[in-house]
Design a protein around this ligand. Structure first.
Ligand code: ADP
Length: 397
Protein backbone atom coordinates (compact mmCIF):
# COMPACT_ATOMS: atom_id res chain seq x y z
CA UNK A 1 0.00 0.00 0.00
CA UNK A 2 1.20 3.44 -0.75
CA UNK A 3 0.66 7.12 -0.80
CA UNK A 4 -0.08 8.63 -4.22
CA UNK A 5 1.02 12.14 -5.10
CA UNK A 6 0.31 14.36 -8.08
CA UNK A 7 2.61 17.34 -8.28
CA UNK A 8 1.55 20.13 -10.70
CA UNK A 9 0.17 17.62 -13.19
CA UNK A 10 -1.02 19.01 -16.52
CA UNK A 11 -2.33 16.93 -19.38
CA UNK A 12 -2.78 18.63 -22.70
CA UNK A 13 -4.21 16.97 -25.79
CA UNK A 14 -2.28 19.16 -28.18
CA UNK A 15 -3.96 17.90 -31.37
CA UNK A 16 -7.34 18.83 -29.96
CA UNK A 17 -5.95 21.91 -28.18
CA UNK A 18 -7.53 20.81 -24.91
CA UNK A 19 -6.04 21.15 -21.44
CA UNK A 20 -7.88 18.26 -19.79
CA UNK A 21 -5.96 18.50 -16.48
CA UNK A 22 -4.62 21.90 -15.48
CA UNK A 23 -1.88 22.06 -12.85
CA UNK A 24 -3.37 19.60 -10.38
CA UNK A 25 -1.52 18.90 -7.13
CA UNK A 26 -3.02 16.32 -4.83
CA UNK A 27 -1.86 13.82 -2.20
CA UNK A 28 -3.74 10.67 -1.31
CA UNK A 29 -2.59 9.21 1.99
CA UNK A 30 -1.69 5.59 2.46
CA UNK A 31 -4.97 3.67 2.86
CA UNK A 32 -7.13 6.68 2.10
CA UNK A 33 -10.26 6.62 -0.09
CA UNK A 34 -10.28 9.79 -2.19
CA UNK A 35 -13.16 10.57 -4.54
CA UNK A 36 -12.54 12.77 -7.57
CA UNK A 37 -15.84 14.41 -8.47
CA UNK A 38 -16.99 16.99 -10.98
CA UNK A 39 -19.21 17.44 -14.02
CA UNK A 40 -18.71 15.44 -17.19
CA UNK A 41 -15.63 16.58 -19.12
CA UNK A 42 -13.92 18.27 -16.15
CA UNK A 43 -10.84 16.03 -16.36
CA UNK A 44 -11.48 13.39 -13.68
CA UNK A 45 -10.86 10.34 -15.86
CA UNK A 46 -7.80 11.89 -17.46
CA UNK A 47 -6.37 12.57 -13.99
CA UNK A 48 -6.99 8.95 -12.99
CA UNK A 49 -5.59 7.62 -16.26
CA UNK A 50 -2.46 9.67 -15.68
CA UNK A 51 -1.98 7.90 -12.34
CA UNK A 52 -2.66 4.55 -14.01
CA UNK A 53 -0.16 5.22 -16.81
CA UNK A 54 -2.78 5.04 -19.55
CA UNK A 55 -1.97 8.70 -20.31
CA UNK A 56 1.34 10.51 -19.91
CA UNK A 57 1.34 13.80 -18.02
CA UNK A 58 2.43 16.68 -20.26
CA UNK A 59 3.92 18.37 -17.20
CA UNK A 60 4.34 17.49 -13.55
CA UNK A 61 5.09 14.33 -11.58
CA UNK A 62 3.07 11.37 -10.44
CA UNK A 63 4.39 9.22 -7.58
CA UNK A 64 3.12 5.98 -6.13
CA UNK A 65 4.85 5.17 -2.86
CA UNK A 66 8.44 6.33 -3.11
CA UNK A 67 8.54 5.89 -6.88
CA UNK A 68 8.10 8.56 -9.52
CA UNK A 69 6.08 6.62 -12.06
CA UNK A 70 6.09 9.00 -15.07
CA UNK A 71 7.06 6.90 -18.07
CA UNK A 72 6.39 3.56 -16.34
CA UNK A 73 4.01 1.18 -18.12
CA UNK A 74 0.66 0.60 -16.35
CA UNK A 75 1.62 -3.02 -15.55
CA UNK A 76 4.75 -1.79 -13.76
CA UNK A 77 2.84 0.59 -11.48
CA UNK A 78 1.33 -2.08 -9.21
CA UNK A 79 -2.19 -0.67 -9.39
CA UNK A 80 -5.53 -2.28 -10.21
CA UNK A 81 -8.25 -0.46 -12.13
CA UNK A 82 -11.98 -1.08 -11.95
CA UNK A 83 -14.02 0.32 -14.81
CA UNK A 84 -17.68 0.67 -15.61
CA UNK A 85 -17.28 -1.98 -18.34
CA UNK A 86 -16.12 -4.98 -16.43
CA UNK A 87 -15.43 -7.11 -19.54
CA UNK A 88 -15.50 -10.54 -17.94
CA UNK A 89 -14.45 -13.47 -20.13
CA UNK A 90 -17.74 -15.15 -21.09
CA UNK A 91 -16.29 -18.64 -21.56
CA UNK A 92 -14.62 -18.69 -18.11
CA UNK A 93 -16.44 -19.23 -14.84
CA UNK A 94 -16.16 -16.77 -11.95
CA UNK A 95 -13.25 -18.61 -10.36
CA UNK A 96 -11.26 -18.52 -13.61
CA UNK A 97 -12.17 -14.90 -14.29
CA UNK A 98 -10.93 -13.76 -10.88
CA UNK A 99 -7.72 -15.77 -11.04
CA UNK A 100 -6.92 -15.06 -14.70
CA UNK A 101 -4.70 -12.03 -14.14
CA UNK A 102 -2.61 -13.87 -11.56
CA UNK A 103 -2.18 -16.89 -13.84
CA UNK A 104 -1.13 -14.63 -16.68
CA UNK A 105 1.14 -12.12 -14.97
CA UNK A 106 2.66 -13.89 -11.97
CA UNK A 107 4.48 -17.14 -11.30
CA UNK A 108 2.22 -17.96 -8.34
CA UNK A 109 1.36 -21.63 -7.90
CA UNK A 110 -2.12 -22.94 -8.63
CA UNK A 111 -2.70 -23.44 -4.90
CA UNK A 112 -1.69 -19.87 -4.00
CA UNK A 113 -3.93 -18.44 -6.72
CA UNK A 114 -6.79 -20.62 -5.56
CA UNK A 115 -6.33 -19.39 -2.01
CA UNK A 116 -6.43 -15.73 -3.05
CA UNK A 117 -9.51 -16.29 -5.23
CA UNK A 118 -11.33 -17.99 -2.36
CA UNK A 119 -10.38 -15.20 0.01
CA UNK A 120 -11.57 -12.46 -2.37
CA UNK A 121 -14.79 -14.34 -3.10
CA UNK A 122 -15.44 -14.61 0.64
CA UNK A 123 -14.88 -10.89 1.12
CA UNK A 124 -17.23 -10.13 -1.78
CA UNK A 125 -19.78 -12.71 -0.63
CA UNK A 126 -19.80 -14.50 -3.99
CA UNK A 127 -18.34 -17.87 -2.92
CA UNK A 128 -21.47 -19.66 -4.11
CA UNK A 129 -21.08 -18.17 -7.59
CA UNK A 130 -17.52 -19.36 -8.23
CA UNK A 131 -18.49 -22.11 -10.69
CA UNK A 132 -20.98 -19.95 -12.63
CA UNK A 133 -20.40 -18.29 -16.00
CA UNK A 134 -20.82 -14.47 -16.27
CA UNK A 135 -24.02 -14.75 -18.30
CA UNK A 136 -25.72 -16.40 -15.32
CA UNK A 137 -24.93 -13.38 -13.10
CA UNK A 138 -26.78 -10.12 -12.48
CA UNK A 139 -25.08 -6.77 -13.20
CA UNK A 140 -24.22 -6.31 -9.53
CA UNK A 141 -22.73 -9.81 -9.27
CA UNK A 142 -20.64 -9.22 -12.41
CA UNK A 143 -19.33 -6.00 -10.88
CA UNK A 144 -18.33 -7.96 -7.76
CA UNK A 145 -16.38 -10.38 -9.93
CA UNK A 146 -14.61 -7.43 -11.55
CA UNK A 147 -13.76 -6.18 -8.06
CA UNK A 148 -12.50 -9.65 -7.21
CA UNK A 149 -10.07 -9.50 -10.13
CA UNK A 150 -8.66 -6.26 -8.68
CA UNK A 151 -8.53 -7.53 -5.10
CA UNK A 152 -6.57 -10.75 -5.80
CA UNK A 153 -3.77 -8.73 -7.32
CA UNK A 154 -3.14 -7.15 -3.89
CA UNK A 155 -2.04 -3.94 -5.57
CA UNK A 156 -0.60 -0.80 -3.99
CA UNK A 157 -3.68 1.15 -5.10
CA UNK A 158 -7.18 0.73 -6.53
CA UNK A 159 -8.25 3.14 -9.24
CA UNK A 160 -12.01 3.20 -9.86
CA UNK A 161 -13.41 4.91 -12.96
CA UNK A 162 -17.20 5.34 -12.55
CA UNK A 163 -17.50 1.62 -11.77
CA UNK A 164 -21.19 1.75 -10.87
CA UNK A 165 -22.69 3.81 -13.68
CA UNK A 166 -24.15 0.76 -15.44
CA UNK A 167 -26.13 -0.36 -12.41
CA UNK A 168 -29.65 0.69 -11.46
CA UNK A 169 -30.11 3.20 -8.66
CA UNK A 170 -30.85 0.74 -5.87
CA UNK A 171 -27.98 -1.59 -6.72
CA UNK A 172 -25.66 1.37 -7.06
CA UNK A 173 -26.37 2.45 -3.50
CA UNK A 174 -25.79 -1.09 -2.28
CA UNK A 175 -22.50 -1.40 -4.16
CA UNK A 176 -21.30 1.98 -2.86
CA UNK A 177 -21.54 0.71 0.69
CA UNK A 178 -19.96 -2.57 -0.37
CA UNK A 179 -16.96 -0.94 -2.06
CA UNK A 180 -16.47 1.42 0.89
CA UNK A 181 -16.58 -1.55 3.29
CA UNK A 182 -14.09 -3.60 1.29
CA UNK A 183 -11.75 -0.66 0.85
CA UNK A 184 -11.81 -0.01 4.58
CA UNK A 185 -11.19 -3.66 5.36
CA UNK A 186 -8.27 -3.96 2.93
CA UNK A 187 -6.96 -0.45 3.60
CA UNK A 188 -5.75 -0.09 0.03
CA UNK A 189 -5.14 3.49 -1.12
CA UNK A 190 -7.95 4.27 -3.57
CA UNK A 191 -8.95 6.93 -6.04
CA UNK A 192 -12.57 6.78 -7.17
CA UNK A 193 -13.92 8.87 -10.05
CA UNK A 194 -17.59 9.81 -10.26
CA UNK A 195 -19.75 12.65 -11.60
CA UNK A 196 -22.31 11.88 -8.89
CA UNK A 197 -21.89 14.22 -5.94
CA UNK A 198 -24.01 12.03 -3.68
CA UNK A 199 -21.75 9.06 -4.42
CA UNK A 200 -18.75 11.24 -3.61
CA UNK A 201 -20.24 12.51 -0.35
CA UNK A 202 -21.18 9.05 0.89
CA UNK A 203 -18.02 7.17 -0.11
CA UNK A 204 -14.99 9.40 0.25
CA UNK A 205 -12.72 9.90 3.26
CA UNK A 206 -12.04 13.10 1.35
CA UNK A 207 -13.43 14.44 -1.88
CA UNK A 208 -11.58 16.43 -4.53
CA UNK A 209 -13.87 18.61 -6.64
CA UNK A 210 -12.73 19.43 -10.19
CA UNK A 211 -14.06 21.82 -12.80
CA UNK A 212 -12.63 22.69 -16.16
CA UNK A 213 -9.43 20.70 -15.56
CA UNK A 214 -8.71 22.52 -12.30
CA UNK A 215 -8.90 21.30 -8.74
CA UNK A 216 -11.46 23.46 -6.91
CA UNK A 217 -11.34 22.09 -3.37
CA UNK A 218 -10.17 19.06 -1.44
CA UNK A 219 -11.62 18.17 1.93
CA UNK A 220 -13.78 15.94 4.06
CA UNK A 221 -17.31 15.64 2.63
CA UNK A 222 -19.02 17.63 5.39
CA UNK A 223 -16.31 20.27 5.36
CA UNK A 224 -16.77 20.82 1.63
CA UNK A 225 -20.55 20.87 1.99
CA UNK A 226 -20.54 23.41 4.81
CA UNK A 227 -17.58 25.48 3.66
CA UNK A 228 -17.48 25.39 -0.13
CA UNK A 229 -14.43 27.29 -1.34
CA UNK A 230 -16.29 28.97 -4.16
CA UNK A 231 -19.60 29.31 -5.95
CA UNK A 232 -18.90 26.37 -8.25
CA UNK A 233 -18.37 23.93 -5.38
CA UNK A 234 -21.34 25.41 -3.51
CA UNK A 235 -23.61 24.72 -6.47
CA UNK A 236 -22.17 21.34 -7.39
CA UNK A 237 -22.10 19.67 -3.96
CA UNK A 238 -25.54 19.18 -2.42
CA UNK A 239 -28.88 18.18 -3.88
CA UNK A 240 -31.06 20.11 -4.41
CA UNK A 241 -28.38 22.72 -5.11
CA UNK A 242 -27.68 25.71 -2.93
CA UNK A 243 -30.07 28.60 -3.67
CA UNK A 244 -28.36 31.70 -4.99
CA UNK A 245 -29.21 35.26 -5.95
CA UNK A 246 -26.91 38.14 -6.89
CA UNK A 247 -27.04 41.27 -4.77
CA UNK A 248 -25.46 44.65 -4.36
CA UNK A 249 -23.97 45.72 -1.06
CA UNK A 250 -25.65 48.89 0.20
CA UNK A 251 -25.66 50.74 3.48
CA UNK A 252 -28.64 51.85 5.50
CA UNK A 253 -27.89 53.98 8.56
CA UNK A 254 -24.53 52.28 8.96
CA UNK A 255 -25.97 48.76 8.62
CA UNK A 256 -24.99 46.60 5.67
CA UNK A 257 -27.80 45.52 3.41
CA UNK A 258 -27.76 43.14 0.50
CA UNK A 259 -30.18 44.14 -2.25
CA UNK A 260 -30.81 41.62 -4.98
CA UNK A 261 -30.04 43.07 -8.39
CA UNK A 262 -32.92 41.20 -9.98
CA UNK A 263 -35.91 43.49 -9.64
CA UNK A 264 -36.51 43.95 -5.92
CA UNK A 265 -36.79 40.31 -5.03
CA UNK A 266 -34.95 40.52 -1.76
CA UNK A 267 -33.30 42.97 0.59
CA UNK A 268 -31.39 41.34 3.42
CA UNK A 269 -30.18 43.42 6.34
CA UNK A 270 -26.98 41.91 7.72
CA UNK A 271 -26.85 42.12 11.52
CA UNK A 272 -23.84 44.13 12.65
CA UNK A 273 -22.22 41.13 14.38
CA UNK A 274 -22.09 39.37 11.02
CA UNK A 275 -21.55 42.30 8.67
CA UNK A 276 -18.75 43.86 10.72
CA UNK A 277 -16.53 40.79 10.30
CA UNK A 278 -16.86 40.79 6.54
CA UNK A 279 -14.91 42.91 4.16
CA UNK A 280 -17.87 44.34 2.24
CA UNK A 281 -17.97 47.77 0.63
CA UNK A 282 -21.11 49.50 -0.65
CA UNK A 283 -21.27 49.01 -4.40
CA UNK A 284 -19.75 45.49 -4.28
CA UNK A 285 -21.62 42.77 -6.11
CA UNK A 286 -21.98 39.54 -4.16
CA UNK A 287 -23.87 36.29 -4.53
CA UNK A 288 -26.07 35.22 -1.64
CA UNK A 289 -26.31 31.45 -1.10
CA UNK A 290 -28.62 29.47 1.18
CA UNK A 291 -28.96 25.67 1.43
CA UNK A 292 -32.54 24.37 0.89
CA UNK A 293 -32.65 22.97 4.44
CA UNK A 294 -31.93 26.46 5.83
CA UNK A 295 -34.84 28.16 4.05
CA UNK A 296 -37.87 28.54 6.32
CA UNK A 297 -41.27 29.12 4.71
CA UNK A 298 -44.60 30.32 6.13
CA UNK A 299 -47.85 31.63 4.76
CA UNK A 300 -47.73 34.63 7.07
CA UNK A 301 -44.96 37.24 7.09
CA UNK A 302 -45.04 37.37 10.90
CA UNK A 303 -44.10 33.76 11.51
CA UNK A 304 -40.38 34.41 11.88
CA UNK A 305 -38.03 36.04 14.37
CA UNK A 306 -35.82 37.11 11.49
CA UNK A 307 -36.72 39.16 8.41
CA UNK A 308 -39.00 37.60 5.80
CA UNK A 309 -39.16 37.93 2.03
CA UNK A 310 -42.20 37.63 -0.19
CA UNK A 311 -42.32 34.77 -2.67
CA UNK A 312 -44.79 32.65 -4.64
CA UNK A 313 -45.04 28.89 -4.22
CA UNK A 314 -44.62 27.40 -7.70
CA UNK A 315 -44.52 23.69 -6.94
CA UNK A 316 -44.74 21.40 -3.91
CA UNK A 317 -42.79 18.18 -4.44
CA UNK A 318 -43.43 15.48 -1.82
CA UNK A 319 -40.45 13.23 -1.10
CA UNK A 320 -42.12 11.33 1.73
CA UNK A 321 -39.59 12.31 4.37
CA UNK A 322 -39.67 16.00 3.34
CA UNK A 323 -41.46 18.31 0.95
CA UNK A 324 -39.47 20.36 -1.52
CA UNK A 325 -41.01 23.75 -2.21
CA UNK A 326 -40.06 25.61 -5.37
CA UNK A 327 -40.38 29.33 -4.73
CA UNK A 328 -40.26 32.20 -7.23
CA UNK A 329 -37.81 34.87 -6.11
CA UNK A 330 -37.09 37.56 -8.71
CA UNK A 331 -35.94 35.69 -11.78
CA UNK A 332 -34.64 32.76 -9.79
CA UNK A 333 -36.36 29.76 -8.28
CA UNK A 334 -35.40 28.85 -4.73
CA UNK A 335 -35.89 25.45 -3.18
CA UNK A 336 -36.84 24.87 0.43
CA UNK A 337 -36.74 21.51 2.21
CA UNK A 338 -39.60 21.54 4.72
CA UNK A 339 -41.38 18.93 6.88
CA UNK A 340 -43.85 16.71 4.99
CA UNK A 341 -46.78 18.08 6.98
CA UNK A 342 -46.24 21.58 5.55
CA UNK A 343 -47.94 21.87 2.19
CA UNK A 344 -48.70 25.50 1.32
CA UNK A 345 -51.08 26.22 -1.59
CA UNK A 346 -49.38 26.66 -4.97
CA UNK A 347 -49.52 29.90 -6.97
CA UNK A 348 -50.13 31.82 -3.76
CA UNK A 349 -47.95 34.19 -1.80
CA UNK A 350 -45.75 32.76 0.95
CA UNK A 351 -42.81 34.15 2.91
CA UNK A 352 -39.32 32.80 3.21
CA UNK A 353 -36.68 33.53 5.76
CA UNK A 354 -33.17 32.42 6.61
CA UNK A 355 -31.02 33.24 9.61
CA UNK A 356 -27.68 35.02 9.14
CA UNK A 357 -25.87 31.87 10.38
CA UNK A 358 -27.15 30.04 7.29
CA UNK A 359 -25.93 32.65 4.86
CA UNK A 360 -23.16 31.98 2.34
CA UNK A 361 -21.66 34.93 0.48
CA UNK A 362 -19.43 34.88 -2.58
CA UNK A 363 -17.54 37.79 -4.10
CA UNK A 364 -17.67 38.91 -7.72
CA UNK A 365 -15.13 36.26 -8.72
CA UNK A 366 -17.20 33.57 -7.00
CA UNK A 367 -14.77 33.12 -4.09
CA UNK A 368 -16.27 32.48 -0.67
CA UNK A 369 -16.55 35.49 1.65
CA UNK A 370 -18.65 33.76 4.31
CA UNK A 371 -20.05 30.27 4.83
CA UNK A 372 -22.70 28.87 7.12
CA UNK A 373 -22.27 28.30 10.84
CA UNK A 374 -23.94 25.19 12.21
CA UNK A 375 -25.81 24.89 15.45
CA UNK A 376 -25.60 21.59 17.27
CA UNK A 377 -29.17 20.90 18.44
CA UNK A 378 -28.05 18.49 21.18
CA UNK A 379 -26.12 21.14 23.06
CA UNK A 380 -27.56 24.32 21.54
CA UNK A 381 -24.05 25.65 21.31
CA UNK A 382 -22.93 27.20 18.11
CA UNK A 383 -20.24 25.26 16.36
CA UNK A 384 -18.45 26.09 13.19
CA UNK A 385 -18.75 23.44 10.52
CA UNK A 386 -15.10 22.56 10.95
CA UNK A 387 -15.65 21.80 14.62
CA UNK A 388 -18.70 19.75 13.70
CA UNK A 389 -16.64 17.75 11.20
CA UNK A 390 -14.10 17.04 13.88
CA UNK A 391 -16.66 15.93 16.44
CA UNK A 392 -18.31 13.68 13.84
CA UNK A 393 -15.02 12.06 12.97
CA UNK A 394 -14.33 11.54 16.65
CA UNK A 395 -17.76 10.04 17.10
CA UNK A 396 -17.06 7.57 14.32
CA UNK A 397 -13.92 6.27 15.97
P1 ADP B 1 -14.35 13.51 -17.16
O1 ADP B 1 -13.76 12.19 -16.76
O2 ADP B 1 -14.36 14.49 -16.05
O3 ADP B 1 -15.70 13.36 -17.80
P2 ADP B 1 -12.23 13.54 -19.13
O4 ADP B 1 -11.01 13.45 -18.31
O5 ADP B 1 -12.72 12.29 -19.79
O6 ADP B 1 -13.40 14.16 -18.26
O7 ADP B 1 -12.03 14.63 -20.26
C1 ADP B 1 -11.54 15.93 -19.99
C2 ADP B 1 -11.47 16.71 -21.29
O8 ADP B 1 -10.47 16.13 -22.12
C3 ADP B 1 -12.74 16.70 -22.09
O9 ADP B 1 -12.88 17.94 -22.72
C4 ADP B 1 -12.52 15.59 -23.12
O10 ADP B 1 -13.27 15.84 -24.29
C5 ADP B 1 -11.02 15.74 -23.37
N1 ADP B 1 -10.38 14.48 -23.78
C6 ADP B 1 -10.38 13.31 -23.07
N2 ADP B 1 -9.67 12.36 -23.71
C7 ADP B 1 -9.22 12.93 -24.85
C8 ADP B 1 -8.41 12.46 -25.97
N3 ADP B 1 -7.94 11.22 -26.00
N4 ADP B 1 -8.15 13.35 -26.95
C9 ADP B 1 -8.61 14.61 -26.92
N5 ADP B 1 -9.36 15.11 -25.90
C10 ADP B 1 -9.68 14.29 -24.89
Amino acid sequence: MARIALNHVTKEYSGANIVAVDDVSLEIEDGEFLVLVGPSGCGKSTTLRTVAGLEDATEGDVSIGQTRVNGLEPRDRDIAMVFQNYALYPHMNVRENIGFGLRLATDMSKGEIEERVEEAAGLLEITDLLEKKPKALSGGQQQRVALGRAIVREPQAFLFDEPLSNLDAKLRKQMRTEIARIQEQLSVTSIYVTHDQEEAMTMGDRIAVMNDGKLQQVGRPNGVYNHPANLFVAGFIGSPSMNTITAEVTEDNGDVELRSTEREALTYALPAEVGDDLDLTPGDTVTIGVRPEDVRVAVSPNAFDSQSHETTVDVVEPLGSDNLLYLALGETTWTARVPPSFEPPTNETAYLSFPPEALHLFDERGETVKSRVLTDPSTSTRMTAVETDRSQSEARR
